[in-house]
Write a protein that binds this ligand. Structure first.
Ligand code: ZN
Length: 57
């Protein structure tokens, strides 16, 4: 498996070129952009509970 779903916007992220990732509670999450990464770091529980919400403003 070389793709993961961006938990913020729902896009699939190719892990081979993944530049944006973070570890939360021992799990690694990948993002398509810095914007998604920052949105997740601001409120990880929101995205983990509700699922992808689309591109952050
Ligand atoms: Zn994204």
């Amino acid at each position: 498996m070389s793709e993961k779903i961006d938990p913020v916007c729902g896009m699939s992220v190719d892990l081979r070129g993944a530049r944006y990732k973070t570890v939360y509670k021992g799990k690694v999450y990948y993002f398509c952009s810095k914007r998604c990464l920052e949105a997740f770091e601001r409120s990880p529980e929101f995205y983990l509970e509700r699922g992808p919400q689309g591109m952050p403003e």
